[in-house]
Ligand binder design. Structure first.
Ligand SMILES: Nc1ncnc2c1ncn2[C@@H]1O[C@H](COP(=O)(O)OP(=O)(O)O)[C@@H](O)[C@H]1O
Ligand SMILES: [Mg+2]
Length: 1039
């Protein structure tokens, strides 16, 4: 860490611990001065922040800088009040420990500014959300409000806090601000009626007068010139209003709105402020021999109007005093002097109570709605040590307060630190420091402390004055080292002190107090008459401030000093219960100048603030300490031997842990109950390891949890699955059982039905019969014949035999009927031809059965089957046909044609011909489209066909007919079709003669010469037609 710090430390050192000679005050001051000259106003002494008032605006408080400091480690960035705030804030959240920041220093050293910066930082660093913004705004706005009423310009500080303030910011467990609470201490109320030259009264008076709000001023009967008011014009030059006042009035108004002050309440509040000013302008006169009077009654009527009370009541109360006598009360008139005193007392009391009322109202608006325990972040900004030319009761109280705070600082840092080392058994060389307990005791011990003496003097019977008080002190504590008065000192000192003064040797220096006013201020008396009038006002704020019960209390109220002492003691307890952080403020000069560093002034502060002792203890000591248990608890995850649990003692655990972390011998000490770590860098390194380890741990916790969760889920699901499966199996088993039972019934019924199937239908066989029928019908439906020729029909059981026969007949006839009705006339004609062919050929020619399936053709002139194979005739087309037919005599219609082979009668040479059948004759057309043969039907005697599979037909002609040259031998592609067509045309099926099978099957045919030729038919393995050696035509058809 040092190396890093030094590297950044271009100017001086950022931490006094790093000074070369930490015992040298000179070196300390030089470092402070060097840094101050470069606007580096912050320097550390370990965790304590030393701040030097720059008396000028620096650019180190922007939002960007806040972001920079957020969540950075304390020593990672240059010293800053933000770093301190961040560390305390984070410590509070991480460790759940209440914090407090103690800001100390002389008046004008920058305490209030520092506290504002801390508050701003906390507001910025904590989480943002709508509701939180509201709380934050109130916390922030409470500041200017209280400053307006409680701060004033003094000769040391233009914005000096004239009251002590302790503010608790409340956070929920996440570190979100949820509320706040303010404690106020001893307002310097004497300032309301008196202030010294160059100073001013409380800001609010000037801010109100310079508000520019004419309507408001008119309502309050105020002018805008402070010199019109006695209470404001005592400061002379330098106590005027400024432009700043005008702006601040707007800020105050806004703050009042934010903190929930209603408009009426605000009016009443300003009425009281105005009322105080008017009170100051009240004058008293006493004509000789008469009572004291108020010459200007206008003033009193304004006051009464503002407070809402009866004029004569106030008038009487201001000029008289009622003293209780035995059973009665005696009213005694006041002298002019007493009247002035009463007036001032009233003004002070009214202002003081108004201030306390204001704090209470602010607290109401800051009050958190949440009930749960809150973490507290305390900010103490209390008046600093003061030495004026003339010091009175207020300075005495203020300086006493600072003594107490110094005591606390000593308790918490120097003393406790050293005691701790001793207690923990760590070798230690004690550091000398001045313990101011002796001064605190001088002031507040009993019975001979100064406060005790003062209280006694106030209540004792007889004439008690400030002087008698001084004498009493000289008598009782005159010998004390820290007390001096004129009466009990040597000659040389007598020259510096008057008879009405005493001197206290404070830890921060000698202060001479003028005793005058001590008793009166300590008594803090406001005549009962005036209190009573205040309870009878109609102003809501005064009514709140003065209650009637107070009038009933006969007991003497606590003296001012004692109640201050008590509230301080309470404050000390509050602070002691928290983890403290320190800001030690130093002012560089007495003249509020930005660039002057007065060594002597700073040296004085450094001395009395005990900064050198602080540094010495720090250098000798350890930066960090934690009870073994907490240290082990926090870092045990970094060592396998201590994670997750260490079985031995906490101290052994810590020892194991630091051994594992390789701490150097010099880096740490193990005390009896705590570990001490010398340098922050060692802790930071460990902390960094922890941060890295946290991620690992988080991952493994996540994994474990996911595993656990999934397994739990799985087990739950498994139980559910088993349960469902069990029930489902039962359902299934039951269903199976039902089904089997049913099946048994069905089978039994079926068998019984089967056995009784031939009996008349009865209960037992009805089911079977139905089933059989049903079964039969469905089978039949699926296996019905598809065509007329399909003769398959499913077998039927006996039970339905009769019905089956009917159905078969019906179905078949229906199918035939449908077939017939669907048939075209042409097809019908073909079919009829087929019937004719059957009558001619059935059982007579062996190739006939095979030809049945071969359909006969419907003749058209364009479709002559087989014609393509015949060269020369293949170009025959319609025209040629019609030409040919026209050649016929008489012209005829050709009804059939087919290619044919004509065998020559004589040599059986074969020739291609077209066979054409017309109305009256058969024509044979040769290749060249000439009609070669005309066979008139009249000449046709018969036609012979063999019983075998050949296609030869012999047309026998009447030999004597004209032109007949003999019988014609033809071969056509389909002898059955050709013959049938001819028979149909001739209308004589008998014309066809099929030779019966015999040993020798032959057909004789006639030749022109009257001779005969012979055609022999036989069956053989290969079909062929040849001329035999015997001169016959041999036709072999394949068997
Ligand atoms: N950090 C700072 N930056 C700029 N000016 C500062 C700073 N601290 C103090 N001052 C100046 O010093 C004046 C007195 O400071 P203040 O905080 O009121 O003193 P204290 O409260 O200790 O009496 C402020 O009004 C301001 O002008
Ligand atoms: Mg202040």
């Amino acid at each position: 860490m040092e190396a890093a710090l030094l590297e950044r430390d271009k100017i001086g050192v950022q931490d006094f611990v790093l000074l070369h000679d930490h015992l040298s005050l000179d070196e300390f001051l030089s470092n402070l001065e060097k840094r101050f000259k470069h606007d580096l106003i912050y320097t550390y002494i370990g965790p304590v922040l030393v701040s030097v008032n720059p008396y000028k605006e620096l650019s180190i408080y922007s939002a960007e800088v806040m972001d920079l400091y957020r969540s950075e480690d304390f020593y990672e960035l240059p010293p800053h009040v933000f770093a301190l705030s961040d560390a305390a804030y984070r410590y509070m959240i991480d460790e759940n420990r209440d914090q407090c920041v103690l800001i100390s220093g002389e008046s004008g050293a920058g305490k209030t500014e520092a506290s504002k910066k801390i508050l701003q930082y906390i507001a910025k660093a904590s989480r943002h959300s709508k509701e939180v913004e509201d709380v934050k705004e109130r916390l922030l706005e409470s500041n200017p409000l209280l400053e307006a009423f409680g701060n004033a310009k003094t000769n040391r500080n233009d914005n000096s806090s004239r009251f002590g303030k302790y503010m608790d910011i409340q956070f929920d467990f996440q570190g979100i601000p949820v509320g706040g609470h303010i404690l106020n201490y001893l307002l310097e109320k004497s300032r309301v009626v008196r202030h010294v030259g160059g100073e001013r009264n409380f800001h609010i008076f000037y801010e109100l007068l310079n508000s520019g709000d004419v309507v408001l001023l008119e309502k309050l009967c105020l002018s805008s010139d402070p010199h019109d008011y006695f209470y404001l014009k005592q400061g002379g030059v330098g106590s005027e209003t400024t432009v700043h006042d005008n702006n601040m009035f707007k800020v105050v108004k806004h703050a009042l709105d934010v903190c929930d002050f209603g408009q009426d309440q605000q009016q009443d509040l300003f009425a009281i402020v105005a009322c105080v000013l008017h009170l100051g302008n009240l004058t008293f006169v006493q004509e000789r021999g008469s009572r004291t009077q108020i010459p200007d009654e206008k003033c009193i009527s304004i006051i009464c109007k503002l407070l809402g009370c009866e004029e004569n009541l106030l008038y009487t109360a201001l000029l008289n005093r009622t003293v209780p006598a035995k059973d009665d009360e005696i009213k005694t008139p006041l002298s002019v002097e007493q009247a002035y005193q009463a007036r001032d007392a009233l003004a002070k009391a009214v202002y003081d109570r108004m201030f306390t009322w204001l704090v209470h109202r602010i607290n109401d608006s800051l009050m958190s709605q949440k009930k749960e325990r809150k973490m507290l972040f305390g900010l103490l900004d209390i008046y600093g040590f003061e030495i004026f030319e003339s010091n009175g009761f207020e300075q005495f109280c203020i300086n006493y307060c600072n003594e107490k705070l110094q005591q606390l600082f000593i308790e918490l840092t120097l003393k406790s630190e050293q005691e701790e080392y001793l207690r923990e058994g760590i070798e230690w060389e004690p550091v000398e420091y001045f313990n101011n307990k002796i001064i605190c005791d001088l002031i507040d011990s009993k019975p001979m402390g100064m406060i005790a003496i003062m209280d006694e003097e106030c209540v004792r019977p007889g004439e008690a004055t400030d002087e008698t008080f001084l004498t009493k002190m000289s008598d009782n504590i005159g010998k004390h080292d820290h007390f001096t008065s004129y009466e009990c000192t040597d000659k040389t000192t007598k020259k510096t002190i008057s008879r009405t003064e005493f001197r206290l040797k404070h830890y921060a220096g000698d202060v001479t107090y003028s005793v005058s006013g001590f008793l009166e201020k300590n008594n803090d008396l406001l005549y009962r008459d005036l209190k009573k009038v205040m309870t009878q006002t109609s102003n809501s704020v005064t009514l709140d401030m003065f209650n009637k019960e107070e009038l009933e209390i006969k007991k003497r109220p606590e003296s001012a000093a004692t109640s201050f002492k008590q509230s301080l003691s309470k404050l000390m307890n509050i602070l002691m219960s928290k983890e403290p952080s320190y800001v030690r403020c130093v002012k560089p000069n007495d003249s509020k100048r930005s660039s002057i560093f007065s060594r002597s002034i700073v040296e004085h502060q450094v001395k009395y603030l005990g900064l050198m002792e602080n540094l010495r203890v720090r250098r000798a000591g350890f930066a960090y300490r934690r009870p073994h248990r907490f240290f082990l608890q926090r870092y045990k995850s970094l060592c396998p031997a201590t994670w997750p649990h260490f079985s031995g003692s906490d101290r052994d655990g810590v020892q194991t842990l630091v051994n594992h972390l390789n701490y150097e011998e010099e880096d740490y000490r193990l005390g009896i109950s705590k570990i001490f770590i010398r340098l922050p860098k060692v802790l930071f390194a460990t902390e960094e390891l922890l941060q890295a380890r946290k991620h690992q741990l988080a991952t493994s916790i996540q994994a474990k949890y996911k595993g656990f969760y999934t397994r739990k889920n799985f087990l739950r699901m498994r139980v559910a699955v088993i349960m469902i499966a069990k029930h489902w199996r039962r359902v299934m088993a039951r269903r199976l059982l039902e089904k089997r039972k049913w099946a048994v019934q069905v089978i039994r019924k079926y068998i019984k039905g089967f056995m009784l199937r031939n009996e008349p239908e009865c209960e037992e066989n009805r089911g079977f019969i139905h089933f059989t029928r049903y079964n039969y019908l469905t089978r039949l439906r699926d296996n019905l014949p598809k065509s007329v020729l399909d003769k398959n029909w499913p077998a039927a059981p006996r039970l339905v035999q009769e019905a089956n026969d009917y159905m078969r007949e019906l179905y078949m006839s229906n199918m035939v009927r449908r077939y017939c009705t669907a048939m075209s006339p042409e097809k019908k004609a073909r079919m009829e031809e087929k019937v004719v062919a059957e009558t001619i050929f059935k059982d007579k020619k062996s190739s006939y059965p095979a030809s049945i399936r071969q359909p006969f053709h419907h003749f058209t002139v364009t479709q002559i089957p087989g014609l393509q194979g015949i060269t020369g005739l293949n170009q025959l087309h319609t025209q040629v046909f019609s030409k040919l037919s026209k050649k016929l005599d008489p012209p005829e219609e050709i009804v059939y044609a087919c290619p044919a082979t004509k065998f020559d009668r004589n040599g059986y040479k074969n020739r291609d011909r077209l066979f054409m059948l017309a109305n009256n004759a058969i024509y044979l057309v040769a290749e060249k489209k000439e009609i070669k043969d005309v066979i008139l039907f009249n000449s046709l005697k018969s036609i012979s066909v063999s019983p075998f599979g050949d296609n030869i037909l012999v047309l026998h002609l009447h030999p004597n007919d004209y032109g007949v040259k003999g019988d014609v031998i033809l071969q056509t592609p389909n002898v059955f079709e050709t013959c049938t067509k001819i028979a149909n045309q001739v209308k004589n099926p008998e014309l066809i003669n099929i030779i019966s099978k015999g040993v020798l099957v032959c057909i004789k045919h006639s030749l022109k010469t009257g001779k005969e030729g012979m055609i022999e038919f036989s069956e053989g393995p290969i079909a062929k037609t040849t001329k035999g050696k015997n001169g016959h035509l041999c036709v072999i058809s394949s068997a």
